[in-house]
Design a binder for this molecule. Sequence first.
Ligand SMILES: Nc1nc2c(ncn2[C@@H]2O[C@H](COP(=O)(O)OP(=O)(O)OP(=O)(O)O)[C@@H](O)[C@H]2O)c(=O)[nH]1
Ligand SMILES: [Mg+2]
Length: 201
Amino acid sequence: MAFGRSSRRTAPIEPVTLKILVAGGFGVGKTTLVGAVSEIRPLRTEESLTEAGAAVDDLSGVESKTTTTVAMDFGRITLREDLVLYLFGTPGQDRFWFLWDELAQGALGAVVLADTRRLSDCFAAVDYFERRGIPFAVAVNRFEGAEPFPPETVRGALDLDPEVPLLMGDARDRESVKGILVSVVEHALARVDREREPAAR
Ligand SMILES: Nc1nc2c(ncn2[C@@H]2O[C@H](COP(=O)(O)OP(=O)(O)OP(=O)(O)O)[C@@H](O)[C@H]2O)c(=O)[nH]1
Ligand SMILES: [Mg+2]
């Protein structure tokens, strides 16, 4: 039956869809993170690393890496029946900065992935979101051989505001990535609530 009460009762819940960016330096695990949680086959725009790029593509720590993202990664995850995230992974290299403004449009929040062996690689992403007022969380992607710095040391080195969530995680692990994403969404929604409050009074 197309009309009537019974069909209305069974109507599916329209989920809220939110856009989240996944940023960070070259080879920090952005494509890996999107692939680990996406319930659709992630769209990737990988190209082979070439001899020509060897001078600028610093592979120290990720020597097994053979490709790099040249436009974006795209994936989707249903966090709850009524909440779907669209994940947009940014390209990691400076020569693709011109894509960021396009990707950031309409984003609720962002994850900045960090590798403690090359922490300075994520400074630019942290600056970018701070300057534009886009709520973000920092997630340290643990690589073997990376010194396990205490979170407070990383927070200090990145000069993060106290309210910015700082998490330890593994971009290859679905549950770990889900935890990171929940934390970004909660942080971003809390900000939205705070900003709405004065108007409601
Ligand atoms: N040990 C370890 N390796 C990882 C982890 N995450 C990613 N990798 C590896 O690190 C390499 C880089 O991962 P990518 O996901 O391509 O990194 P990316 O940030 O998308 O790289 P660009 O797009 O080129 O900036 C790959 O070889 C991954 O298999 C991690 O948590 N631990
Ligand atoms: Mg990538």
